[in-house]
Structure formats: structure tokens, C-alpha cells
Design a protein. Sequence first.
Length: 512
Amino acid sequence: MTIRFFLFFVVLFTLVPLSGAYKQGKILLDCRFAPKEVSADDLRPGSVMWEPDSGKEGGPALHLKSTTPAGTRNYPILLDPEVYRGKRVILEVRVKGLNLERGEKSHFAPNFMFCIRRKNIRKIRWAKVASELGSYDWKSFYCVEQIPRDLESICIVLVLQECTGEAWIDRVVVSEALEVPDSDEKPFNAEAAKIRRGPYADPANDNRNGSRGFMSGRDMSESAVQTLKLWGANLVRYQMSPGKKTDVSTPEAYLAWLEKKMREAESVRERCFRNGIQLVLDLHRAPGGTKSKHASNMLAENTRFDVLEEAWNRLSKFFRGKPGIYAYDLLNEPSVRNTVWREEVKRLIAIIRKNDPETPIVVQSVDHFYTEDSNIFYGPHFYSPHDLTHEGVGRFTRWKYPGYINGVYWDKEQLRLALKPVIDFQQKFKAKIFIGEFSCIAWARGADQWVRDTVELFDEYGFDYTYHAFREWPPWSLEHEAESVGKVKPSADNGRKRAILNSLKRNGRIRQ
């Protein structure tokens, strides 16, 4: 049976959240792709294949292969709704990946997930395991899901959705989820122990010359900037983004908006500079790009790269030589094939350097080293694990940090391991790292500890950063706190705020 499907994603928290850490209980499904378990009708030569000896221990495996991002390669496993109705379950998928690369949209990727349909409700719930891109040996990925009592149908879908690469799956397990009480026992993280410590790991060698601060929100008034100064910030990543009602649908409209925004940014730059704060100019919206629930800038055939290039031509001419500009941030979270974006970045760097040979340029990835220019900052964003930091935003399980999240024990050392690609890149190329965004939502259990551990790691490795965000959405704000999901209230003092302000004490002074 072949399933054709469309993905619907829920943004608001609409279900009763689960909470705690979980372990596997009674096994409800253990599919190892033995011949009797495989539906031949769902196999496709060259794209969805069964192989008798490709599994981890030499046994059978399902092999998904995609050489072009067009279309999907999917295999369904049908489940009996009577077995799962009302249960809290863990989905485990064991996968080996080869050259897996995301498609044009952020969710065009390898997805291994439940497809849940409820009675009399049109919207489908897709509950995905936290899989990876790239190439890797056998790994197990997990998700925890509360199956609704009004369940109509349920299946598991294993799919390469409009992306490229290969994935082998040799085991799919569904088990009842048993909640594990909090424990002081902490497992040893052998992989994290192998990572070289940062140059500022020794408290005696503290990093007192960094740039740290906030991503801008709706308020960048004089009083707001003075608050940032009082807190100790010396850096703001300024969002240059059109409002929802601003027409940027044509190149002319986009560039007209940009001209107006540049003058607003100039006022903010002057205000910040007077208060000892530098500015990152963050072009937050691409011409012709679209914003979704999953990506800030989904770039496709209608993206006007020529207009993006003209935008940076104007920006770099306007701001060259002006004091207090930390860097030009080319585009916020572009979602496009890496090869396409790499070539565009090279063109943008060349255009900027004709006008401004000195101001650093931020590239938001660490997958390619742009040797054409020595004054490049690499600016990844950090929200791992996403199920914790974005709890309640399309994620329905309440986790606790530190603790087990989707089968992995998350603490400071696991955060270090999540940062390993950035650390390796920094150390290999002696690259400057600027974490343009990071945050943990206010109601996440252990959010204060997550923020503290994260900034300690940034400080250890000498990363500059801007916290997301200052006076934007209250659940991200350090001026708010929350005891439960969705119940946010103003707060003059809280653990997340103390963690950031303690780190900001290490800031250096910018030259006036």
C-alpha cells in the first residue's frame, strides 16, 4: 500500500504536554525488516529498496535513496489503532546516513515519524524523531508521543522528503513510555570527553575581550539601549525585517523598504554607539524569499539573488567607515541547497568588498570555509535540543534539563558535543565564531541551567554571541518568566537573566 501525504505542522501548543524523562517499557512493535514484515507493494526500484544484508549486524534493512530533491521516497508501516489508542509511546528508528542533504525548505529532509489522524479532526499530526543530516554510522533516534484517545488511524512513515542522499533503516521499535523519576546519577559522556577544551576553560584565563549582547526586538529606543548598557551588553544584532503589512513583493518595493530601513538602522547605530554598543546589521528577509513556520528565508526559483546583491551593494556603501558596526550578517537562516548558497555568498562578499574592505561579514554556517576573505565571521544559531528550547512551539512533550530528552542525556557535556562541528571548524581554520541566536523558552524546565551551561561554553571557546531576544516575544525575553506553558509574566529577576548578565560582565569596551 503506497501512502501519498502532505505535511501539516502545528505551531501553537494545543495538546496537554507530557513531562519528565522516559524509558522504554512494553514493546508494541519491533520491525527488523524480515521478509515477512516487508510490503513489496511499497518498494520502488532505485529509491525504496529492501536489502537482505545491509543492516547493522548483517541482517536486512530498508534502503531509501534520492539523487534529486524532487519528490519523496517513502515507506509506510501500518499500525493497529486499537493497540495504540490513548498510550504514551516511544518511537525508535535505527538509521545509517550517507550524504543526506536538506532540500529547499527546512523540513525537506529525512523524516521518520508517526502519522496520526484523529476522529473528526482534519489536521494530521506528524511526530518526528530527531534525525540528522550528513553521513554517519548506525544511530538510534527517538521521539515520545502521547497518542490521542480519539485516534482514528496511525502509521509510521519513513521518508526522504524532497531531499537528497541515502538512508538505511534496519530497526523500528515502538514501546510504551515509562516515566523515569528524577535522579542525581549522571552518565559519563565519552564522546564529549574527547573534545578539546576551549582556550578559556581555566578560570584564571578568563575571556575579557569578547562581544556579547542581544538580538533586537521591537524596542530600540534610547531608554531601551540604556537598559542594554546597564546590563553590560556591548553588541546588538539588529533585525532588518519588513513588517507583516509592508509590501516587498517586487524588487522596487523591496529596495524602497530597504532604503527606509537603512535610515532607521543608522539612528539605532548612532544611539548604540553613544552607549558603547556595536551593531550587527542582520538582513532578516530575502527578496522573493518566504517565511514559514520552519525557516526565516526559504529561497527558491523566485528568489531574486540579483536584488539581494543590490541590497548589500547599497548597505555596504551606506555604512562603510561608520563607527560601531561589528559586522554585516548576509541573511538570516537561509533555507536553500548548500551549493547554491555557497556561490551566492561568494558573489555577496565580492560586492561588499568593492565598497567596504574592512567590515567583517557574517556567514551563518560552518560547512564551508570562505578563504577568499580573511575577515569572515561564522555565525551559526544554537537551539539544541530543539524539543527543549522550543517546548510548546509545535512540540508537545515536557522535558527537563539536565536529563534524558528523546533517549539522550542532555547536560553541559552533551551541549559541548552538539557544538562539536562549530568547535572543530573554529580550531581547524582559526575561525571567528559569532553565535547570532540562541535561547531556551521561559517555561522549559531547567531553562536557567541550559542558558548558564550554554554561555559558559561560548565563553570557554571564545565565541561572541547575541541572545534571542531583547523585547521581542515574551517567552524568549529575560524580562519575563513562566511557571507553566503559556503562562508568562513580567520578571525583574530570574535564572536565565542572571546567567546572561553574569556572562556580560566579561565584555570588553568598544572604542568610542
